[in-house]
Ligand binder design. Structure first.
Ligand code: SF4
Ligand code: SF4
Length: 431
């Protein structure tokens, strides 16, 4: 798709029916289309199979929303999510759909700031603002939103969000001891009961087994994509890989996995021929930290515009979402739910204490991606990632890894300053 004929398709009648603020949303549609063309379609030597993901963006406010509405009309629960701790397998086992709600845009922040305090994480404000301003079709389509008690900003926002859309909150413990696992398993079972109630049906062993296979397949496809990015030259840009990781949160999982695998076949051919999107000498950067929700492409865009390539995201919109699988051959619901709980407890979000496995994971991903430097990215006011950054910096000092720490929000105000810092960092890698 060329930038000349790209547009985010408009569905004003459907938006009206969903109770959205249509004139306002129309402006957002045009802005997103423009930003996408500029950031994505200007890239050279993109893999041909990125066409499917371009189409997913073009239909982001229409085609996929229609699928969700059809699922809802057929009695399947549609659950909005904000965090990778949601046990998606349970929703899928009940015939339902999970959809990650965007929280990566500056456009919805002022809507949130009319109600919430200004000095909280931009992701929380952006997500809340989409509902408060009625400018997200997904938010309007969901049966309920899944929230969790990971950080203070989120858990208190759910109480206010619940006034606008039913919000179910799952308690996530802050430590990983045996007693925390007992609590978590109980929470997983409560969530199952909630989903069964909305679906009007019970989940059985065979349903859960099938859902585990579906999610494993999707995660394996994303792992394969990550593995291919370890080649030099990188066969795909970091921006495109990030886009796929973002789309992973709202696409239909079976179709998505098939498309990622087709793309990986193309990338494998590129690797075999020694072809890539950048020069072999381009600095290779791993980005680690807070998630970059759609349409937050700010840091990747700056790094790659400066001539480097991003080769991995140690993030929830990245490997934290797909690095761990669930055993597919366990007999009985109890064993399946236990394995599911164990899998989700492996997620190394900084809301846990201690969380040293994340530091080991960053070192592992750095080596696997054959990166030459790490950028730690933290959203403003995210205390847990900002403080854990100390340990990431110490890791880099210990291992002599070029390192840069960035704290930012979604506004364009710091772009110039970030550009200067990133360019200096890349010079350090180039030596
Ligand atoms: S960073 Fe933590 S709270 Fe945020 S999505 Fe990831 S697991 Fe959830
Ligand atoms: S980035 Fe940090 S503050 Fe923001 S939602 Fe995630 S854990 Fe909470």
């Amino acid at each position: 798709m060329s930038s000349a004929n790209f547009e985010i398709k408009a569905y004003p009648e459907m938006w009206e029916e969903l109770g959205m603020d249509v004139p306002r949303f129309e402006k957002a549609r045009l802005m997103l289309g423009e930003a996408y063309s500029k950031t994505y379609l200007s890239q050279t030597n993109r893999p041909a199979k990125m066409a499917y993901f371009d189409e997913m963006i073009s239909e982001i406010h229409g085609g996929r929303v229609k699928e969700l509405l059809a699922a809802k009309a057929a009695g399947h629960p549609v659950v909005g999510t904000f965090c990778v701790y949601i046990p998606e397998e349970i929703v899928i086992a009940a015939g339902g759909v999970c959809v990650g709600l965007c929280g990566g845009s500056q456009g919805s922040v002022p809507d949130a700031e009319k109600i919430l305090p200004r000095n909280i994480c931009p992701m929380v404000k952006s997500a809340f603002g989409f509902k408060a301003g009625r400018i997200c079709p997904y938010f309007q389509a969901v049966d309920f939103v899944y929230g969790e008690t990971t950080c203070d900003a989120k858990k208190k926002t759910w109480e206010i969000l619940d006034r606008l859309v039913p919000t179910y909150v799952m308690e996530i413990p802050q430590m990983k001891r045996e007693r925390d696992r007992v609590l978590w398993l109980a929470e997983v079972k409560d969530f199952q009961a909630k989903v069964e109630e909305v679906a009007g049906k019970s989940i059985f062993e065979a349903d859960l087994a099938q859902a585990i296979r579906v999610m494993n397949e999707k995660r394996r496809a994303l792992q394969r994509l990550t593995g291919l990015r370890g080649a030099n030259p990188a066969p795909i840009s970091g921006k495109d890989a990030l886009l796929i990781e973002q789309i992973a949160f709202y696409d239909e999982p079976v179709r998505f996995a098939a498309q990622v695998n087709e793309l990986c076949d193309e990338l494998a051919e590129r690797v075999a021929k020694g072809e890539g999107v950048s020069e072999i000498t381009a600095p290779r950067v791993l980005i680690s930290g807070t998630p970059m929700a759609l349409p937050n492409w700010k840091v990747h865009n700056l790094v790659e515009t400066a001539g480097a390539v991003v080769v991995g995201e140690e993030s929830c919109i990245g490997t934290r979402y797909f690095k761990d699988l669930i055993d597919e051959n366990l007999p009985g619901m109890e064993a399946q739910l236990g394995a599911l709980t164990d899998r989700y407890m492996k997620i190394d979000c900084s809301c846990f204490t201690p969380n040293d496995e994340r530091i080991d994971q960053i070192a592992k991903e750095y080596r696997a991606a054959k990166a030459q430097g790490i950028i730690h990215y933290s959203l403003q006011f995210c205390h847990t990632y900002n403080i854990e950054e100390i340990k990431v910096r110490e890791l880099c000092e210990r291992e002599n890894i070029p390192y840069l720490s960035i704290e930012s929000d979604y506004s364009p105000e710091d772009v110039g300053q970030l550009q200067t810092r990133i360019e200096a960092f890349l010079e350090q890698i180039r030596g």
